[in-house]
Write a protein that binds this ligand. Structure first.
Ligand SMILES: O=C(O)C[C@H]1C=CC(=O)O1
Length: 92
C-alpha cells in the first residue's frame, strides 16, 4: 500500500541546538534505514520550507502509523497522510 505523506517540521526555540542536532542525526539514520528497506520510497524537500513530501510503501495503516510515530522528529511534526490508489490512466 502506498501513501503520500507530508511532514512539516517545527522545532521550538526552547530545544537546545545540540539536542536538535542529535535528534536530526537520529532522524537521518532512521530514514535512511527505511529507505534501504524499501519502505520509504521517495523523500523530497519542499522548496523553501522545513518540510517534505514522502511516499511510503507499507502493509497497513498500522505499519505506517508505527513507522511515523517512531520518527525522532515526530513530536515536532505536523503530518498529513494521503492513501494512494492506482490511476486507471497510469502506464507505470
Ligand atoms: O528533513 C525533514 O524533512 C524531516 C525528516 C525526514 C527525513 C529526515 O532526515 O528528516
Amino acid at each position: 500500500m502506498l501513501y503520500l505523506v507530508h511532514m512539516d517540521v517545527h522545532i521550538p526555540d526552547t530545544v537546545p541546538a545540540e539536542q536538535a542536532a542529535e535528534i536530526k542525526a537520529r532522524e537521518k539514520a532512521y530514514s535512511q534505514e527505511l529507505q534501504r528497506a524499501g519502505v520509504w520510497v521517495h523523500l523530497w524537500r519542499v522548496v523553501g520550507e522545513y518540510a517534505n513530501y514522502s511516499v511510503f510503501d507499507v502493509e497497513s495503516n498500522d505499519q505506517l502509523h508505527e513507522v511515523l510515530s517512531n520518527l525522532p522528529l515526530f513530536p515536532f511534526m505536523t503530518i498529513t497522510v494521503t492513501p494512494l490508489a492506482q490511476h486507471p490512466s497510469a502506464i507505470r
